[in-house]
Design a protein around this ligand. Structure first.
Ligand code: ADP
Ligand code: ZN
Length: 729
């Protein structure tokens, strides 16, 4: 039973305000429970808070103010308090910032919003017109159900004034009903597809432990198209049947539309949806329905992990290797790790699904920390694509062109057979560099240490760091020479142009995230392509994620070497995953697929591993290399980014940290830097990086906290700590 505080007793309240600690208040009239959402006075304002526990009593008792009111929403469960505290400790984030993540629905404290609904009343109309009769018949047909005014008028085919007239006579009753209606229940009696023996075994294995509230994580590793989704939907069904809620995390909002349709087809009802594209009213509805348990399944982005589940039983992290699970601003957390943390606290199951797991998850499965399930073949007649390299050193290609003769021949062959081909390049825009042929300068962003990227469809230059854009100039901003600006290097738009020139009769479609205003527009385009309305698809990594084009039989990777360069310790892993994912788009139906990789380094170990298709060997080799280097998952890293409008200020703060590294030395950790970040300036702020490296078992967070404690963040100086960084820019 939750602790209850009587009227006037001291309680500690955590607010969403940037304070370092909880504040004491007096419990309101009638008292309150621990975990209650409350409104409290703070200076002249009223702010949202949660009763975190008993008051600390270290504040002048005569000045302690009273909680204003307890909000009419279910209390925060103890499990959620624990989760937020542990997540805060892990990411070195102040608790108020974690509470903000958990309350990202506006107006939680408002009384439930109401709307008018209409149902059959006691009275009879004075005169039975045809229109009035239709209204009463409609209500009779649906028994006791209630309608909104518009629904009823539309259904009966009358104007709303007819309904209002009936209300005046008591034949129709007008009532207030809460706007936040529960989600329709899933129909669990429906069954999914008949599973293959492999799929069935995996589904069985995933469908245990819900009733016992036993924590466990499973890595569901299966090639693209092997039916991972079919399998984990069975686990969703079992979890819901056991009275527990299920959360499915997807890496990309653009994928949710498709997925919602799939859930609806399987269970006859749409689940709750939670991501940045969801309206504020809908967010509040979802938050409340999740809290009361009236939302059985939630599909969403990483922030859906912080919703107030009543009985969370299952978290699926689909495409678990995807880097977008790492939140890169504000609270820096990895949703995959947080899913495991949350599940371990509330006794839930986690399914990490991927064709190309992260090395972290693969290593945990090897160690026996996670259960490892595999699906090794594609469903139905589909087979995995054949992988080939095109050695670019042997291809003759004029400047400004990127599609090699070998790839061109392969595309032609597909077009002749009326099959689709995909050309993949992981670069948005027309060209990564715009150079002045007169003065040799490149056009850069005024606020960032980054080049402006030409987006020819938009006729603008765009900075991919800060988003700033300006019209494409005709005159060089440096030397003012006219018409001497030229595009250098390929982007997805330029490749579209090249493909169209090489294949003038083909219909070319471009898929890049910046070309679609909404998820819906993107979904429509994807459906059109799947229905055969394009012959050649030119796309960025957007196409690598989960889309299914049945008639696609060739994938051409323009620059397989692209992500191999750079200092990112995960470069090999990333390249391997991306190439496997992209190649996996080919041959998803009857016709077998081929993936061709244009590379200047066909003998590079990673390229060879991709071509050889021996995933296990690749992970083994990669694991050995990381173990030897003592980097994650075999050691621990933390990135420190200091930024300021004043370079010297950021640098001096970094140098002071590096000098005073006793707290780190005490746990055997090393600090590297300070050094300017690879992107040394973003939005006018100079960025300095330090990197801390420690043994796997070292108490890194506690040491980091002690290490940075003396740092005073005055003026413009900002500090961000990134535990287990994914980005080193
Ligand atoms: P993955 O998630 O591994 O990429 P999916 O679950 O999306 O694979 O399955 C790929 C395609 O094959 C989907 O269209 C799915 O509906 C279909 N499919 C998979 N398993 C079955 C099955 N047992 N019966 C019918 N269709 C299936
Ligand atoms: Zn910029």
């Amino acid at each position: 039973m939750d602790t209850h505080f009587n009227t006037g007793e001291l309680v500690a309240v955590l607010t969403t305000q940037p304070l370092r600690r909880t504040l004491d208040y007096r419990a309101p009239e009638g008292g309150c429970f621990a975990g209650a959402f409350v409104e409290v006075p703070l200076g002249p304002r009223k702010v949202l808070g949660v009763v975190w526990g008993a008051g600390a009593g270290d504040y002048d008792v005569s000045k302690v103010r009273s909680v204003i009111r307890v909000l009419d929403v279910p209390s925060m469960r103890e499990e959620m308090q624990t989760f937020l505290s542990r997540a805060a400790d892990y990411t070195l984030t102040p608790l108020p910032a974690m509470l903000r993540l958990a309350t990202r629905a506006p107006g939680l404290g408002d009384p439930p919003s109401m709307r008018k609904v209409y149902r059959r009343g006691e009275g009879q109309p004075d005169r039975a017109t045809a229109a009035r009769t239709r209204v009463l018949e409609t209500l009779a047909t649906y028994g006791d159900l209630s309608f909104t005014l518009k629904e009823l008028a539309d259904q009966a085919g009358v104007s709303s004034s007819v309904v209002k007239g009936l209300v005046a006579q008591g034949a129709v009753r007008e009532e207030d009903a809460p706007r936040d209606v529960p989600f329709p229940r899933l129909d669990l009696a429906r069954s999914g597809h008949d599973l293959t023996a492999d799929q069935e075994a995996a589904a069985q294995a995933l469908s245990q432990g819900f009733a016992e509230e036993r924590y466990g994580t499973t890595l569901l590793q299966g090639v693209t198209g092997s039916g991972k989704t079919e399998v984990y939907l069975e686990a969703v069904a079992t979890a819901v049947e056991a009275g527990r809620q299920a959360l499915v995390l997807l890496p990309e909002i653009a994928l949710t539309e498709q997925f919602l349709t799939r859930i609806e087809a399987r269970f006859g009802a749409k689940p709750a949806e939670w991501h940045s594209g969801v309206t504020m009213t809908e967010r509040r509805r979802v938050w409340k329905m999740v809290a009361t348990g009236d939302a059985q399944v939630v599909v969403g982005a990483r922030s859906a992990l912080f919703l107030p589940y009543q009985r969370l039983g299952l978290i699926v992290v689909d495409e678990e290797h995807d880097t977008s699970y790492k939140q890169e601003d504000g609270v820096l957390y990895n949703a995959r790790d947080m899913a495991v943390l949350r599940a371990s606290i509330c006794g839930a199951r986690v399914v990490l699904a991927s064709a190309t797991p992260s090395l972290e998850s693969w290593a945990n499965a090897q160690d026996g920390k996670y259960r490892h399930l595999r699906l090794t073949s594609r469903f139905g007649p589909a087979v995995l694509p054949q992988m080939q390299a095109i050695d670019m050193r042997a291809e003759s290609l004029p400047g400004g062109r990127w599609i090699s003769p070998a790839l061109q021949r392969a595309v032609s062959a597909r077009l002749e057979r009326s099959e689709q081909a995909l050309l993949f390049i992981n670069r948005r825009g027309y060209a990564p560099v715009t150079l002045c042929r007169a003065c040799g300068q490149q056009i850069g962003c005024d606020h960032c240490d980054a080049r402006m990227v030409e987006h020819r469809f938009l006729k603008r230059l765009v900075c991919h760091q800060c988003g700033e854009s300006r019209p494409m100039p005709t005159v060089c901003p440096h030397c003012e020479a006219e018409d001497r600006l030229s595009a250098v290097g390929p982007g997805v738009e330029r490749l579209t142009e090249e493909a169209q020139a090489l294949f003038p009769d083909a219909r070319v479609a471009t898929l890049s995230s910046d070309l679609f205003g909404s998820a819906r527009a993107l979904k429509a385009e994807i459906e059109a392509i799947a229905a055969g309305e394009a012959d050649i698809i030119v796309g960025t990594q957007l196409v690598a994620k989960g889309h299914n084009f049945p008639n696609l039989t060739l994938v051409g990777v323009i620059d397989a070497d692209l992500s191999l360069h750079g200092s990112d310790p995960r470069a090999a892993e990333r390249t391997f995953q991306l190439m496997q994912q992209v190649a996996g788009r080919a041959g998803r139906a009857e016709a077998p697929g081929t993936a061709m990789l244009q590379t200047y380094q066909p003998d590079h170990a990673v390229i060879r591993a991709i071509l050889g298709g021996d995933q296990e060997a690749f992970w083994q080799a990669e694991a050995d290399a990381r173990r030897a280097a003592g980097v994650p998952p075999f050691g621990r890293l933390a990135g420190i980014i200091l930024s300021s409008t004043d370079l010297a200020e950021a640098h001096d703060a970094g140098a002071a940290l590096a000098r005073n590294d006793r707290a780190l030395r005490e746990i055997g950790a090393q600090v590297f830097g300070p050094a300017p970040a690879p992107i040394a300036r973003v939005r006018g702020r100079h960025r300095i990086r330090l990197l801390v490296k420690a043994d796997k078992a070292a108490p890194l967070q506690a040491a980091l906290a002690r290490w940075i404690a003396p740092l005073r963040l005055r003026g413009e100086l900002r500090l961000a700590i990134d535990i287990d960084p994914q980005s080193f820019l």
